[in-house]
Design a protein around this ligand. Structure first.
Ligand SMILES: NC(=O)c1ccc[n+]([C@@H]2O[C@H](COP(=O)([O-])OP(=O)(O)OC[C@H]3O[C@@H](n4cnc5c(N)ncnc54)[C@H](OP(=O)(O)O)[C@@H]3O)[C@@H](O)[C@H]2O)c1
Length: 358
């Protein structure tokens, strides 16, 4: 089969012929239908993101697939099922969590790779950027009825929608809340916006830099209020406050920004008893005001990836028409030219995303 392989982090991503994976205990063999190629995949391949995975390997991260065969000890998916493969594998130790994203990264208890995450990656080495993928059962969620969905490539975006939904669920988003999304102009921000609307937000303040993407987001629903970020914390906070009248929930979905100011402008709009959830890729310490958080009973929390029940809820929102994936612009890329695929991904943001369709 053909696959996107990388011989070392920082090396070139190539389309190569490799053996189709064999089935083994705890796994399911998938025909890969579509992979969402994140906008920042080039940074993962180049090593700029400092992700950790063994190489050589087939690049991850997850896919929409059709189950071809399951091992004798796998009961959560069946041959023929359409599944979302989240790539998330948890070692299952409650006292010492160890998690990996197959073909992408690993995170031990202290937030960095550990001997255990490296061993898990050695056991489940290859990701899903290929014609077929072997996936651990824990990362698979059956999407009942998805065989009738007219354009499976769109369903590859369920992964980002699920990550965003997990953040909003953890933050306790309820109907009627004002939700501010910092970095709404990215793909994760747009995913969060679609989920927040579907979950009954009264208003979604979409804060981001890119004005043409903000215009596109504002067209999606009359509850969306765009705010163009300037980089000045006080000015941005005032604009977010003016647009939403104070945020019940702030979800930060920024990428690798130069500093914490945009995140803190979101925090500055948080109401008493409000919650800020950090989902993005910011790599800076936040100057959090202890007294404000204490007196105003606010919550700051993090959210990583998504569990199976959140994935299922998101799929049901799509199935019910509460999230309309037709608003997304899917840019199909093929296995043949990984360089072009990575370029397309990097140029896609907001409601535009690259889907690898083998
Ligand atoms: N928590 C999790 O489980 C999880 C899962 C997947 C991804 N992530 C993280 O989510 C982050 C966002 O992913 P994505 O797919 O949305 O990436 P993306 O499409 O590249 O979006 C990046 C966002 O960051 C903004 N941004 C970049 N540089 C900026 C700057 N200098 N000032 C202000 N804004 C800036 C962009 O704004 P403009 O477009 O307006 O310039 C855009 O809104 C990633 O970095 C990733 O680490 C987290």
């Amino acid at each position: 089969m053909r696959a996107w392989t990388i011989s070392e982090i920082g090396g070139e991503l190539r389309c190569t012929d490799v053996s189709k994976p064999g089935l083994r205990g705890g796994g399911a063999l998938l025909e890969v239908l579509a992979v969402h190629v994140p906008a920042y995949t080039r940074e993962v391949v180049s090593g700029r993101r400092n992700y950790s995975f063994p190489a050589p390997a087939i690049l991850g991260p997850g896919c929409l697939g059709r189950v071809e065969e399951v091992a004798a000890d796998v009961f959560n998916v069946r041959p023929g099922d359409l599944v979302l493969n989240t790539a998330l594998l948890d070692a299952g130790r409650v006292d010492d969590p160890q998690e990996i994203l197959v073909g992408w990264t690993g995170v031990g208890w202290d937030g960095t790779p550990s001997d255990e995450t490296r061993a898990m990656q050695a056991a489940w080495r290859d990701g899903a950027c290929a014609e077929f993928a072997l996936a651990p059962k824990e990362s698979l969620v059956t999407l009942s009825g998805a065989e009738e969905y007219p354009d499976p490539a769109r369903l590859a975006f369920l992964g980002w929608l699920s990550v965003a939904a997990e953040g909003l669920v953890r933050a306790g988003q309820g109907p009627g809340h004002v939700v501010t999304i910092v970095g709404a102009t990215g793909q994760m921000g747009t995913a969060a916006l679609l989920v927040a609307l579907a979950r009954g937000a009264a208003r979604v303040v979409a804060a981001g830099r890119n004005r043409s993407t903000l215009d596109e987001l504002a067209q999606l629903d009359r509850r969306v209020v765009p705010v163009a970020l300037t980089g000045d914390r006080a000015a941005d906070a005032a604009a977010i406050l003016g647009a939403g009248g104070g945020s019940d929930i702030v979800l930060d979905a920024l990428g690798m920004v130069p500093g914490p100011d945009a995140t803190m402008a979101g925090y500055d709009s948080l109401r008493p008893a409000g919650t800020m959830v950090l989902v993005g890729g910011v790599r800076h310490e936040l100057p959090l005001p202890y007294g404000q958080i204490m007196r105003r009973r606010q919550t700051i929390l993090g959210s990583w990836m998504a569990g199976p029940s959140t994935v299922l809820t998101v799929w049901e929102l799509v199935r019910a028409g509460l999230i309309d994936l037709d608003v997304l612009d899917v840019r199909r890329v093929s296995l043949d030219d990984p360089g072009a695929g990575l370029r397309t991904a990097a140029e896609s943001t907001g409601p535009h995303f690259a889907a690898l369709v083998p």
